[in-house]
Write a protein that binds this ligand. Structure first.
Ligand code: SAM
Length: 179
């Protein structure tokens, strides 16, 4: 399933309701770990790979790893980069794949970037569930309508095939630097 939310409280509630105790969770945009703590409590026998590019994240995430004593790994990196996805894909493949992908690059930020990150990461990792926090995508979901139905039952778009890790994307250079 793919779930889209905006309110941070709803985001955390959805994480609580969808993560199982031995899940492998990839969290994109963990910031200082406030949702990572919840994820870690929901998946005490699983593994969490949490990523953020912010300088504020590193120290707080290392404190959280010490406190929670669970299997959290923090990677300070830009999730738009091919090498970041490649590194995480290798790690999760070694431990049987990704169960849940969560994407929170800032609830109000660029829906276009958020969708691209969701699309590339989810079609590579093929999670059971994806939870996306983004206002624009939620607006699009409820504002658009169509007489045709194409629907996926997993956390990735099944209609888009099985392309694996995409080759380096030239259009990444055209993305905003402001994220
Ligand atoms: C609203 S905060 C996340 C809050 C967190 N998910 C929580 O629930 O407490 C958004 C985070 O996304 C991170 N972010 C935005 N774009 C990113 C990118 N391209 N790569 C990695 N992190 C990114 C920001 O640094 C920021 O810490």
């Amino acid at each position: 399933m793919i779930k889209i939310v905006y309110d941070i409280k709803v985001y955390r509630e959805v994480l609580k309701n969808n993560i199982k105790e031995d899940d492998v969770v990839v969290e994109l945009g963990c910031h200082v770990g406030n949702s990572t703590r919840i994820i870690s409590q929901m998946a005490p026998h699983g593994k969490i790979i949490a990523l953020d590019k912010s300088p504020q994240s590193e120290e707080k995430m290392h404190e959280l790893i010490k406190e929670e004593k669970s299997s959290i790994e923090f990677i300070k990196s830009d999730v738009r980069l091919h090498e970041t996805l490649e590194e995480v894909a290798e790690k999760v493949n070694e431990i049987g794949g990704c169960d849940v992908l969560s994407v929170d690059l800032g609830g109000g930020y660029h829906p276009d970037t958020t969708f691209k990150v969701f699309f590339i990461w989810s079609s590579t990792l093929k999670p059971r569930e994806t939870i996306i926090r983004n206002r624009g995508l939620l607006d699009f979901l409820h504002s658009a309508s169509s007489s045709e139905i194409i629907k996926s039952n997993n956390g990735w778009l099944e209609s888009c095939g099985d392309d694996g890790i995409p080759t380096r994307l030239k259009e990444l250079k055209l993305w905003s630097h402001k994220l």
